[in-house]
Design a protein around this ligand. Structure first.
Ligand code: NAD
Length: 512
Protein backbone atom coordinates (compact mmCIF):
# COMPACT_ATOMS: atom_id res chain seq x y z
CA UNK A 1 0.00 0.00 0.00
CA UNK A 2 2.78 2.32 0.79
CA UNK A 3 4.73 4.79 -1.29
CA UNK A 4 6.10 6.42 1.82
CA UNK A 5 9.80 6.55 2.58
CA UNK A 6 11.21 4.01 4.96
CA UNK A 7 13.55 4.55 7.85
CA UNK A 8 17.11 4.38 6.57
CA UNK A 9 19.37 1.46 7.32
CA UNK A 10 22.40 2.60 9.34
CA UNK A 11 24.73 0.93 6.82
CA UNK A 12 23.22 2.95 4.01
CA UNK A 13 23.85 6.17 5.89
CA UNK A 14 27.49 5.33 6.41
CA UNK A 15 27.98 4.87 2.67
CA UNK A 16 26.10 7.98 1.64
CA UNK A 17 27.10 10.48 4.33
CA UNK A 18 24.66 12.72 6.19
CA UNK A 19 21.13 12.87 4.74
CA UNK A 20 19.66 16.28 3.97
CA UNK A 21 16.52 16.87 6.03
CA UNK A 22 14.36 19.67 4.63
CA UNK A 23 10.97 21.32 5.09
CA UNK A 24 7.54 19.97 4.11
CA UNK A 25 5.37 22.74 2.70
CA UNK A 26 2.26 22.38 0.58
CA UNK A 27 2.53 18.62 0.38
CA UNK A 28 6.12 18.29 -0.81
CA UNK A 29 9.70 18.38 0.40
CA UNK A 30 11.08 21.91 0.06
CA UNK A 31 14.87 22.22 0.37
CA UNK A 32 15.98 25.03 2.66
CA UNK A 33 17.54 28.17 1.24
CA UNK A 34 19.19 29.72 4.28
CA UNK A 35 22.46 27.82 4.07
CA UNK A 36 22.15 27.38 7.83
CA UNK A 37 21.90 23.78 9.02
CA UNK A 38 22.30 21.64 12.13
CA UNK A 39 23.78 18.18 12.54
CA UNK A 40 21.67 15.12 13.38
CA UNK A 41 23.45 12.23 15.07
CA UNK A 42 22.91 8.55 15.62
CA UNK A 43 23.45 8.66 19.39
CA UNK A 44 24.29 4.96 19.52
CA UNK A 45 27.35 5.38 17.28
CA UNK A 46 28.10 9.07 17.69
CA UNK A 47 28.10 9.50 13.91
CA UNK A 48 26.46 12.39 12.13
CA UNK A 49 23.76 10.88 9.96
CA UNK A 50 21.82 13.95 8.91
CA UNK A 51 22.02 17.64 8.17
CA UNK A 52 18.80 19.51 8.93
CA UNK A 53 17.90 22.79 7.23
CA UNK A 54 17.17 25.83 9.40
CA UNK A 55 14.35 27.93 8.00
CA UNK A 56 14.53 31.64 7.32
CA UNK A 57 11.70 34.01 8.21
CA UNK A 58 10.64 33.98 4.54
CA UNK A 59 10.43 30.19 4.51
CA UNK A 60 8.27 30.24 7.63
CA UNK A 61 6.10 32.91 5.95
CA UNK A 62 5.65 30.56 2.99
CA UNK A 63 4.58 27.69 5.24
CA UNK A 64 2.12 29.90 7.13
CA UNK A 65 0.73 31.31 3.86
CA UNK A 66 0.28 27.78 2.50
CA UNK A 67 -1.51 26.70 5.68
CA UNK A 68 -3.65 29.85 5.48
CA UNK A 69 -4.69 29.08 1.90
CA UNK A 70 -5.63 25.51 2.85
CA UNK A 71 -7.73 26.62 5.84
CA UNK A 72 -11.09 27.63 4.26
CA UNK A 73 -11.61 24.32 2.45
CA UNK A 74 -10.35 22.27 5.37
CA UNK A 75 -12.61 23.92 7.93
CA UNK A 76 -15.55 23.52 5.54
CA UNK A 77 -15.02 19.76 5.25
CA UNK A 78 -17.82 17.96 7.06
CA UNK A 79 -17.11 16.42 10.42
CA UNK A 80 -17.87 12.96 9.11
CA UNK A 81 -15.35 13.35 6.29
CA UNK A 82 -12.72 14.66 8.72
CA UNK A 83 -13.46 11.74 10.98
CA UNK A 84 -13.09 9.30 8.05
CA UNK A 85 -9.72 10.83 7.29
CA UNK A 86 -8.63 10.38 10.87
CA UNK A 87 -9.54 6.70 10.77
CA UNK A 88 -7.30 6.40 7.69
CA UNK A 89 -4.48 8.31 9.41
CA UNK A 90 -4.86 6.02 12.38
CA UNK A 91 -4.60 2.90 10.21
CA UNK A 92 -1.53 4.20 8.33
CA UNK A 93 0.36 5.31 11.43
CA UNK A 94 -0.39 1.97 13.02
CA UNK A 95 0.71 0.10 9.90
CA UNK A 96 3.98 2.07 9.82
CA UNK A 97 4.59 2.17 13.57
CA UNK A 98 7.82 0.19 13.25
CA UNK A 99 9.16 2.55 10.57
CA UNK A 100 8.39 5.55 12.78
CA UNK A 101 9.92 3.83 15.80
CA UNK A 102 13.06 3.15 13.78
CA UNK A 103 13.44 6.85 13.00
CA UNK A 104 13.09 7.60 16.70
CA UNK A 105 15.73 5.07 17.69
CA UNK A 106 18.15 6.21 15.00
CA UNK A 107 17.98 9.90 15.91
CA UNK A 108 16.89 10.03 19.56
CA UNK A 109 18.57 6.84 20.73
CA UNK A 110 15.70 5.31 22.74
CA UNK A 111 15.34 1.53 22.47
CA UNK A 112 12.94 0.21 19.84
CA UNK A 113 10.40 -1.16 22.33
CA UNK A 114 10.25 2.26 23.98
CA UNK A 115 9.96 3.98 20.60
CA UNK A 116 7.04 1.69 19.72
CA UNK A 117 5.45 2.61 23.05
CA UNK A 118 5.83 6.28 22.14
CA UNK A 119 4.02 5.76 18.84
CA UNK A 120 1.27 3.78 20.60
CA UNK A 121 0.69 6.57 23.16
CA UNK A 122 0.61 9.14 20.37
CA UNK A 123 -1.86 7.04 18.45
CA UNK A 124 -4.25 7.17 21.39
CA UNK A 125 -4.59 10.90 20.72
CA UNK A 126 -5.30 10.18 17.03
CA UNK A 127 -7.95 7.65 18.19
CA UNK A 128 -9.54 10.36 20.26
CA UNK A 129 -9.53 12.73 17.28
CA UNK A 130 -11.48 10.15 15.25
CA UNK A 131 -14.43 11.00 17.49
CA UNK A 132 -14.42 14.66 16.49
CA UNK A 133 -18.13 14.74 15.53
CA UNK A 134 -19.09 14.21 19.15
CA UNK A 135 -16.19 16.20 20.60
CA UNK A 136 -17.21 19.43 18.86
CA UNK A 137 -20.80 19.54 19.99
CA UNK A 138 -22.16 22.81 21.31
CA UNK A 139 -25.04 23.59 23.68
CA UNK A 140 -28.56 24.73 22.97
CA UNK A 141 -31.05 26.59 25.16
CA UNK A 142 -34.53 26.72 23.70
CA UNK A 143 -36.78 29.65 24.67
CA UNK A 144 -34.06 31.48 26.60
CA UNK A 145 -36.42 34.41 26.26
CA UNK A 146 -39.82 34.37 24.62
CA UNK A 147 -39.27 33.23 21.04
CA UNK A 148 -35.51 33.36 21.48
CA UNK A 149 -33.10 30.44 21.36
CA UNK A 150 -29.43 30.60 22.33
CA UNK A 151 -26.80 28.15 21.24
CA UNK A 152 -23.04 27.84 21.25
CA UNK A 153 -20.75 26.49 18.59
CA UNK A 154 -17.02 25.95 18.52
CA UNK A 155 -14.99 26.94 15.49
CA UNK A 156 -11.34 26.46 14.54
CA UNK A 157 -8.79 29.22 15.10
CA UNK A 158 -7.08 29.16 11.68
CA UNK A 159 -3.39 28.44 11.33
CA UNK A 160 -1.89 26.85 14.44
CA UNK A 161 1.76 26.09 15.11
CA UNK A 162 3.46 23.45 17.25
CA UNK A 163 7.02 23.63 18.57
CA UNK A 164 8.21 20.34 19.99
CA UNK A 165 11.09 18.91 22.08
CA UNK A 166 13.63 16.23 21.19
CA UNK A 167 12.49 13.63 23.68
CA UNK A 168 9.20 12.54 22.05
CA UNK A 169 9.69 13.31 18.34
CA UNK A 170 6.52 11.48 17.27
CA UNK A 171 4.16 11.52 20.26
CA UNK A 172 4.32 15.18 21.29
CA UNK A 173 3.65 16.41 17.72
CA UNK A 174 0.65 14.03 17.67
CA UNK A 175 -0.63 15.63 20.89
CA UNK A 176 -0.85 18.83 18.86
CA UNK A 177 -1.57 18.18 15.19
CA UNK A 178 -4.22 15.51 15.82
CA UNK A 179 -6.65 17.69 17.83
CA UNK A 180 -5.70 20.82 15.87
CA UNK A 181 -6.50 19.28 12.49
CA UNK A 182 -9.57 17.42 13.76
CA UNK A 183 -10.98 20.74 14.97
CA UNK A 184 -10.55 22.20 11.47
CA UNK A 185 -7.32 24.16 11.86
CA UNK A 186 -4.33 23.91 9.55
CA UNK A 187 -0.92 23.39 11.06
CA UNK A 188 2.76 24.26 10.91
CA UNK A 189 5.03 22.02 12.97
CA UNK A 190 8.55 23.05 14.04
CA UNK A 191 10.05 19.82 15.40
CA UNK A 192 13.23 19.55 17.43
CA UNK A 193 16.27 20.01 15.25
CA UNK A 194 17.93 17.08 17.04
CA UNK A 195 15.60 14.35 15.69
CA UNK A 196 13.46 15.82 12.90
CA UNK A 197 13.01 12.89 10.47
CA UNK A 198 9.95 11.26 12.06
CA UNK A 199 7.96 14.44 11.40
CA UNK A 200 8.64 14.28 7.67
CA UNK A 201 7.70 10.63 7.57
CA UNK A 202 4.42 11.36 9.36
CA UNK A 203 3.76 14.25 6.93
CA UNK A 204 3.95 11.75 4.07
CA UNK A 205 1.59 9.40 5.90
CA UNK A 206 -0.95 12.20 6.35
CA UNK A 207 -0.74 12.94 2.65
CA UNK A 208 -1.20 9.28 1.80
CA UNK A 209 -4.24 9.19 4.08
CA UNK A 210 -5.78 11.98 1.99
CA UNK A 211 -5.13 15.10 4.06
CA UNK A 212 -5.10 17.91 1.47
CA UNK A 213 -1.75 19.53 0.71
CA UNK A 214 -1.09 22.60 2.84
CA UNK A 215 -3.14 21.41 5.81
CA UNK A 216 -0.07 20.01 7.55
CA UNK A 217 3.36 21.59 7.08
CA UNK A 218 6.74 21.13 8.71
CA UNK A 219 9.42 23.79 9.00
CA UNK A 220 12.79 22.74 10.32
CA UNK A 221 14.87 25.14 12.30
CA UNK A 222 16.00 26.91 15.42
CA UNK A 223 15.15 30.17 17.19
CA UNK A 224 14.76 32.03 13.89
CA UNK A 225 11.95 29.70 12.81
CA UNK A 226 10.35 29.76 16.27
CA UNK A 227 10.43 33.55 16.52
CA UNK A 228 8.95 33.85 13.04
CA UNK A 229 6.01 31.70 14.11
CA UNK A 230 5.59 33.57 17.41
CA UNK A 231 5.48 36.95 15.67
CA UNK A 232 3.53 35.99 12.56
CA UNK A 233 0.21 37.85 12.39
CA UNK A 234 -1.51 34.91 10.68
CA UNK A 235 -0.65 32.30 13.31
CA UNK A 236 -3.57 32.13 15.74
CA UNK A 237 -2.43 29.54 18.27
CA UNK A 238 0.91 28.25 19.51
CA UNK A 239 1.46 24.94 21.29
CA UNK A 240 4.86 24.35 22.84
CA UNK A 241 6.47 21.54 24.79
CA UNK A 242 10.07 21.86 25.97
CA UNK A 243 12.21 23.25 28.76
CA UNK A 244 10.91 25.81 31.28
CA UNK A 245 13.00 28.85 30.22
CA UNK A 246 11.93 28.44 26.59
CA UNK A 247 8.31 27.69 27.57
CA UNK A 248 8.19 30.97 29.51
CA UNK A 249 9.67 32.83 26.53
CA UNK A 250 7.20 31.22 24.11
CA UNK A 251 4.26 32.08 26.35
CA UNK A 252 5.31 35.71 26.87
CA UNK A 253 6.24 36.36 23.23
CA UNK A 254 3.22 34.57 21.77
CA UNK A 255 0.84 36.36 24.12
CA UNK A 256 2.47 39.70 23.30
CA UNK A 257 1.63 39.04 19.66
CA UNK A 258 -1.99 38.32 20.46
CA UNK A 259 -1.98 34.53 20.18
CA UNK A 260 -3.40 31.92 22.45
CA UNK A 261 -0.52 29.87 23.82
CA UNK A 262 -0.16 26.61 25.70
CA UNK A 263 3.48 26.11 26.74
CA UNK A 264 4.50 23.05 28.70
CA UNK A 265 7.85 23.24 30.46
CA UNK A 266 10.30 21.07 32.33
CA UNK A 267 9.84 18.86 35.36
CA UNK A 268 11.33 17.41 38.50
CA UNK A 269 8.98 14.57 39.33
CA UNK A 270 8.89 13.24 42.88
CA UNK A 271 7.93 9.72 43.88
CA UNK A 272 6.98 9.58 47.54
CA UNK A 273 7.36 6.15 49.14
CA UNK A 274 5.63 5.64 52.49
CA UNK A 275 6.88 3.05 55.01
CA UNK A 276 3.94 0.71 54.30
CA UNK A 277 4.58 0.57 50.53
CA UNK A 278 5.17 -2.67 48.67
CA UNK A 279 8.96 -2.33 48.39
CA UNK A 280 9.39 -4.57 45.35
CA UNK A 281 6.63 -2.75 43.51
CA UNK A 282 8.13 0.64 44.42
CA UNK A 283 11.68 -0.38 43.47
CA UNK A 284 10.57 -1.81 40.11
CA UNK A 285 8.60 1.37 39.45
CA UNK A 286 11.50 3.65 40.43
CA UNK A 287 13.91 1.80 38.14
CA UNK A 288 11.65 1.79 35.08
CA UNK A 289 10.44 5.36 35.63
CA UNK A 290 13.90 6.83 36.35
CA UNK A 291 15.98 5.06 33.72
CA UNK A 292 13.48 4.29 30.93
CA UNK A 293 14.35 6.28 27.82
CA UNK A 294 17.60 7.13 29.66
CA UNK A 295 15.64 9.45 31.94
CA UNK A 296 14.86 11.76 29.03
CA UNK A 297 11.14 11.90 29.78
CA UNK A 298 9.29 14.87 31.17
CA UNK A 299 7.41 12.38 33.36
CA UNK A 300 10.52 10.46 34.46
CA UNK A 301 10.87 10.01 38.20
CA UNK A 302 13.82 12.16 39.16
CA UNK A 303 13.54 12.18 42.95
CA UNK A 304 12.46 9.37 45.26
CA UNK A 305 11.35 10.71 48.64
CA UNK A 306 11.79 7.88 51.13
CA UNK A 307 9.64 8.48 54.20
CA UNK A 308 10.51 7.26 57.70
CA UNK A 309 12.38 3.96 57.90
CA UNK A 310 11.72 2.87 54.32
CA UNK A 311 14.93 4.50 52.99
CA UNK A 312 17.53 1.78 53.57
CA UNK A 313 15.27 -1.03 52.34
CA UNK A 314 14.26 0.92 49.28
CA UNK A 315 17.75 2.05 48.29
CA UNK A 316 18.97 -1.53 48.66
CA UNK A 317 16.10 -2.84 46.50
CA UNK A 318 16.79 -0.25 43.78
CA UNK A 319 20.54 -0.87 43.92
CA UNK A 320 20.21 -4.62 43.43
CA UNK A 321 18.11 -4.07 40.29
CA UNK A 322 20.58 -1.69 38.59
CA UNK A 323 23.10 -4.22 37.22
CA UNK A 324 20.22 -5.92 35.41
CA UNK A 325 19.39 -2.84 33.31
CA UNK A 326 20.86 -3.80 29.92
CA UNK A 327 22.36 -0.73 28.24
CA UNK A 328 23.14 -0.76 24.54
CA UNK A 329 22.15 0.47 21.08
CA UNK A 330 18.43 0.98 20.69
CA UNK A 331 18.21 -1.24 17.62
CA UNK A 332 19.53 -4.22 19.61
CA UNK A 333 16.36 -5.94 20.84
CA UNK A 334 18.06 -6.96 24.10
CA UNK A 335 18.81 -3.33 25.07
CA UNK A 336 16.60 -1.81 27.78
CA UNK A 337 18.23 1.61 27.88
CA UNK A 338 19.91 3.46 25.03
CA UNK A 339 22.30 6.41 24.81
CA UNK A 340 21.54 10.05 25.52
CA UNK A 341 20.63 12.36 22.70
CA UNK A 342 23.92 14.23 22.25
CA UNK A 343 27.47 14.10 23.58
CA UNK A 344 27.04 17.51 25.26
CA UNK A 345 23.87 16.43 27.02
CA UNK A 346 25.48 13.18 28.18
CA UNK A 347 28.43 15.12 29.63
CA UNK A 348 26.14 17.62 31.38
CA UNK A 349 24.08 14.82 32.93
CA UNK A 350 27.27 13.08 34.08
CA UNK A 351 28.45 16.28 35.77
CA UNK A 352 25.60 15.96 38.31
CA UNK A 353 27.11 12.74 39.65
CA UNK A 354 30.30 14.62 40.49
CA UNK A 355 28.55 17.69 41.86
CA UNK A 356 26.33 15.43 43.95
CA UNK A 357 29.37 13.75 45.47
CA UNK A 358 31.09 17.10 46.09
CA UNK A 359 28.00 18.53 47.75
CA UNK A 360 27.60 15.59 50.14
CA UNK A 361 25.38 13.00 48.44
CA UNK A 362 26.25 9.30 48.60
CA UNK A 363 26.96 7.89 45.13
CA UNK A 364 25.41 4.42 45.29
CA UNK A 365 25.85 3.77 41.56
CA UNK A 366 28.04 5.78 39.19
CA UNK A 367 26.97 5.61 35.54
CA UNK A 368 30.32 6.94 34.37
CA UNK A 369 31.79 3.52 35.12
CA UNK A 370 29.87 1.98 32.22
CA UNK A 371 32.10 0.73 29.43
CA UNK A 372 30.67 0.59 25.93
CA UNK A 373 32.55 0.12 22.65
CA UNK A 374 32.49 2.96 20.16
CA UNK A 375 31.66 6.66 20.37
CA UNK A 376 27.97 6.46 21.27
CA UNK A 377 26.60 8.91 23.83
CA UNK A 378 26.14 6.31 26.56
CA UNK A 379 25.99 6.84 30.30
CA UNK A 380 25.16 4.13 32.82
CA UNK A 381 22.48 4.32 35.47
CA UNK A 382 23.33 6.41 38.54
CA UNK A 383 21.81 6.49 42.01
CA UNK A 384 22.48 9.28 44.50
CA UNK A 385 21.36 8.81 48.11
CA UNK A 386 21.14 11.37 50.93
CA UNK A 387 20.42 14.14 48.45
CA UNK A 388 19.42 17.46 50.03
CA UNK A 389 17.20 20.16 48.50
CA UNK A 390 20.06 22.65 48.26
CA UNK A 391 22.19 20.37 46.04
CA UNK A 392 22.36 20.98 42.27
CA UNK A 393 21.27 17.39 41.61
CA UNK A 394 18.00 18.21 43.39
CA UNK A 395 17.49 21.76 42.16
CA UNK A 396 18.08 21.22 38.43
CA UNK A 397 16.15 19.20 35.91
CA UNK A 398 18.88 16.69 35.02
CA UNK A 399 16.95 14.93 32.23
CA UNK A 400 19.12 11.82 32.27
CA UNK A 401 19.55 8.46 34.06
CA UNK A 402 20.43 9.92 37.48
CA UNK A 403 17.99 9.15 40.28
CA UNK A 404 18.20 11.06 43.57
CA UNK A 405 16.92 9.73 46.88
CA UNK A 406 15.92 12.29 49.51
CA UNK A 407 15.17 11.03 53.01
CA UNK A 408 12.15 12.58 54.78
CA UNK A 409 11.15 11.94 58.39
CA UNK A 410 7.42 12.25 57.85
CA UNK A 411 4.68 12.28 55.23
CA UNK A 412 4.21 16.03 55.84
CA UNK A 413 7.87 16.72 55.14
CA UNK A 414 7.65 14.71 51.89
CA UNK A 415 4.60 16.64 50.67
CA UNK A 416 6.18 19.96 51.62
CA UNK A 417 9.24 19.05 49.57
CA UNK A 418 7.16 18.26 46.48
CA UNK A 419 5.04 21.37 46.93
CA UNK A 420 7.97 23.71 47.46
CA UNK A 421 9.63 22.49 44.27
CA UNK A 422 9.16 25.04 41.48
CA UNK A 423 8.03 22.35 39.04
CA UNK A 424 4.68 20.57 39.25
CA UNK A 425 4.40 18.17 36.34
CA UNK A 426 3.91 14.59 37.60
CA UNK A 427 4.11 13.17 41.11
CA UNK A 428 3.49 9.73 42.59
CA UNK A 429 2.85 8.14 45.94
CA UNK A 430 3.51 4.52 46.83
CA UNK A 431 1.53 3.21 49.77
CA UNK A 432 -1.01 0.57 50.79
CA UNK A 433 -3.02 3.18 52.69
CA UNK A 434 -5.97 4.50 50.66
CA UNK A 435 -6.57 7.35 53.09
CA UNK A 436 -2.98 8.55 52.80
CA UNK A 437 -3.16 8.35 49.01
CA UNK A 438 -6.39 10.34 49.00
CA UNK A 439 -4.93 13.01 51.27
CA UNK A 440 -1.87 13.21 48.97
CA UNK A 441 -4.01 13.64 45.89
CA UNK A 442 -5.90 16.39 47.70
CA UNK A 443 -2.94 18.48 48.75
CA UNK A 444 -0.07 17.83 46.36
CA UNK A 445 0.65 20.65 43.90
CA UNK A 446 1.15 18.97 40.55
CA UNK A 447 -0.95 18.47 37.45
CA UNK A 448 -0.73 14.67 37.22
CA UNK A 449 -0.77 12.33 40.20
CA UNK A 450 -0.01 8.61 40.31
CA UNK A 451 -1.14 6.32 43.12
CA UNK A 452 1.21 3.34 42.95
CA UNK A 453 1.70 4.41 39.31
CA UNK A 454 5.08 6.07 38.73
CA UNK A 455 4.39 7.77 35.36
CA UNK A 456 0.78 8.93 35.44
CA UNK A 457 0.45 10.14 31.84
CA UNK A 458 -3.30 10.68 31.38
CA UNK A 459 -5.16 8.64 28.76
CA UNK A 460 -6.15 10.56 25.63
CA UNK A 461 -9.68 11.41 26.80
CA UNK A 462 -8.27 13.37 29.75
CA UNK A 463 -5.70 16.12 29.26
CA UNK A 464 -1.96 16.27 29.94
CA UNK A 465 -0.30 19.15 31.75
CA UNK A 466 1.57 20.24 34.82
CA UNK A 467 1.33 23.11 37.28
CA UNK A 468 3.71 25.87 38.34
CA UNK A 469 6.88 26.13 36.20
CA UNK A 470 5.80 23.07 34.21
CA UNK A 471 3.04 24.95 32.37
CA UNK A 472 2.57 28.47 31.07
CA UNK A 473 -0.93 29.25 29.90
CA UNK A 474 -4.18 27.85 31.17
CA UNK A 475 -4.73 24.94 28.87
CA UNK A 476 -3.37 21.41 29.10
CA UNK A 477 -2.74 19.45 25.89
CA UNK A 478 -4.97 16.94 24.10
CA UNK A 479 -8.27 15.56 25.47
CA UNK A 480 -11.05 18.02 26.33
CA UNK A 481 -8.66 20.90 27.04
CA UNK A 482 -6.93 20.33 23.70
CA UNK A 483 -10.24 20.55 21.86
CA UNK A 484 -11.01 23.71 23.78
CA UNK A 485 -7.61 25.20 22.99
CA UNK A 486 -7.91 24.59 19.24
CA UNK A 487 -11.41 26.07 18.96
CA UNK A 488 -13.02 29.34 19.87
CA UNK A 489 -16.54 29.74 21.09
CA UNK A 490 -19.36 31.52 19.33
CA UNK A 491 -22.78 32.03 20.85
CA UNK A 492 -25.79 32.62 18.62
CA UNK A 493 -28.93 34.31 19.95
CA UNK A 494 -31.75 33.80 17.46
CA UNK A 495 -35.33 34.94 16.99
CA UNK A 496 -37.49 34.05 14.04
CA UNK A 497 -40.52 36.01 12.90
CA UNK A 498 -43.78 34.49 14.05
CA UNK A 499 -44.76 32.03 11.28
CA UNK A 500 -48.35 33.24 11.67
CA UNK A 501 -47.25 36.61 10.21
CA UNK A 502 -45.58 35.06 7.18
CA UNK A 503 -46.50 36.51 3.79
CA UNK A 504 -46.86 32.90 2.62
CA UNK A 505 -49.75 30.94 4.12
CA UNK A 506 -47.97 28.22 6.12
CA UNK A 507 -51.19 26.93 7.62
CA UNK A 508 -50.58 28.34 11.07
CA UNK A 509 -53.60 29.66 12.97
CA UNK A 510 -53.74 33.47 13.02
CA UNK A 511 -53.89 33.64 16.76
CA UNK A 512 -52.21 31.31 19.24
P1 NAD B 1 14.10 22.87 24.48
O1 NAD B 1 13.31 23.83 25.28
O2 NAD B 1 15.56 23.08 24.38
O3 NAD B 1 13.56 22.86 22.95
C1 NAD B 1 12.20 22.71 22.66
C2 NAD B 1 11.91 23.39 21.33
O4 NAD B 1 12.20 24.78 21.45
C3 NAD B 1 12.74 22.86 20.17
O5 NAD B 1 11.93 22.76 19.02
C4 NAD B 1 13.82 23.91 20.01
O6 NAD B 1 14.27 24.03 18.67
C5 NAD B 1 13.13 25.19 20.46
N1 NAD B 1 14.06 26.15 21.07
C6 NAD B 1 15.17 25.87 21.80
N2 NAD B 1 15.76 27.01 22.21
C7 NAD B 1 15.01 28.03 21.74
C8 NAD B 1 15.11 29.46 21.85
N3 NAD B 1 16.10 30.05 22.52
N4 NAD B 1 14.16 30.19 21.26
C9 NAD B 1 13.15 29.62 20.58
N5 NAD B 1 13.02 28.28 20.45
C10 NAD B 1 13.93 27.49 21.02
O7 NAD B 1 13.75 21.41 25.02
P2 NAD B 1 14.41 20.03 24.60
O8 NAD B 1 15.79 19.94 25.14
O9 NAD B 1 14.19 19.75 23.17
O10 NAD B 1 13.45 19.01 25.40
C11 NAD B 1 13.64 18.66 26.74
C12 NAD B 1 12.82 19.52 27.66
O11 NAD B 1 11.45 19.40 27.31
C13 NAD B 1 12.89 19.09 29.11
O12 NAD B 1 12.96 20.25 29.90
C14 NAD B 1 11.59 18.35 29.35
O13 NAD B 1 11.13 18.32 30.68
C15 NAD B 1 10.68 19.13 28.48
N6 NAD B 1 9.49 18.37 28.15
C16 NAD B 1 8.34 18.69 28.81
C17 NAD B 1 7.20 17.97 28.55
C18 NAD B 1 5.93 18.29 29.26
O14 NAD B 1 4.93 17.71 28.89
N7 NAD B 1 5.90 19.18 30.20
C19 NAD B 1 7.23 16.92 27.62
C20 NAD B 1 8.41 16.64 26.95
C21 NAD B 1 9.55 17.38 27.24
Amino acid sequence: MSEVIHAPEPALEEEQGPRRISHWIGGRIVPGESGRTGPVFNPATGEQTGEVDFATREEVDRAVATAGEAFPAWRALSLSKRSDLFFRIRALVHEHREDIARFLTLEHGKVLSDALGEVARGLEVVDHACGIPTLLQGRFSEQASTGIDVYSIRQPLGVCAGITPFNFPAMVPMWMWAPALACGNTFVLKPSEKDPSASLFVAELLQEAGVPDGVFNVVMGDKVAVDSLLEHPDVAGISFVGSTPIARYIYETGAKHGKRVQALGGAKNHMVVLPDADIDMAADAAVSAAYGSAGERCMAVSVVVAVGDVGDRLVEAIKERLPKVKIGPGLDPSSEMGPLVTREHRDKVASYIESGREQGATVVADGRELEVDGDGFFLGVSLLDDVKPEMDAYKDEIFGPVLSVVRAETYDEAVRLANENPYGNGVAIFTRDGGAARQFQFEVEAGMVGVNVPIPVPVAYYSFGGWKASLFGDSHVYGPEGINFYTRGKVVTSRWPDPATSVVDLGFPQTR
